[in-house]
Design a protein around this ligand. Structure first.
Ligand code: ZN
Length: 197
């Protein structure tokens, strides 16, 4: 089988990123069309590299996203930073027509970026734990709970399906280039204090 193509990632300003994506019709589940889209989204996410990608980000207005986290993507973080963020490696997941719900009241604030807002990041408050239910590209039921970073990815990606970007939810005074965030040695608490947020 040939490698899945790497698709261009749509950048902020494109109307598709601000529209509500449509439910994938049942007759499309398990078809080569949907499987090829998901394979291309996974290839595109890995090439970026990123930990999540929603179909509107590759110009397709369907309620589909993919997510995956790998040790190599978090190699810049110390063990303490990984723990603080709740960041753990997990195998690739495909979610079609997903519904995401918060589980508990606890919330977490960290820097978050987006492949469609290339080069920037900002602090975003998210639910610490969520549950997701949907189907995969074959139409098999798929439901699980996630906390920490995977929960953040789920909330970020479901937002894409509703035309919402993280910049709508960010603590706007924390908006930074990724270079500032990567080079940062300050904790989120220190940054918040410094910015008065
Ligand atoms: Zn995004």
């Amino acid at each position: 089988m040939p490698d899945a193509p790497i698709l261009p990632i749509v950048q902020a300003g494109a109307p598709i990123l601000r529209a509500r994506a449509a439910e994938v019709p049942p007759e499309l589940l398990g078809t080569p069309e949907l499987r090829d889209l998901c394979a291309a989204m996974i290839a595109t996410m890995r090439a970026a590299p990123g930990v999540g990608l929603a179909a509107p980000q590759v110009g397709v207005a369907w309620r589909v996203f993919v997510m995956e986290d790998r040790d190599e993507l978090m190699s810049v973080l110390s063990a303490g930073e990984r723990h603080e963020r709740g960041r753990v490696a997990f195998d690739v997941r495909v979610l079609v027509n997903p519904v995401v719900r918060p589980v508990a009241g606890e919330r977490a604030t960290f820097f978050e970026g987006c492949l469609s807002v290339d080069g920037y990041a900002a602090l975003v408050e998210r639910h610490h734990e969520v549950e997701v239910a949907g189907v995969d590209e074959h139409g098999e039921a798929c439901a699980f709970r996630a906390h920490g970073w995977p929960a953040r990815i789920l909330q970020h990606e479901i937002d894409h399906l509703d035309g919402t970007l993280y910049v709508d939810r960010m603590l706007s005074r924390s908006f930074s280039t990724v270079d500032y965030v990567r080079d940062g040695t300050k904790t989120v608490e220190e940054i918040r204090r410094e910015l008065g947020i």
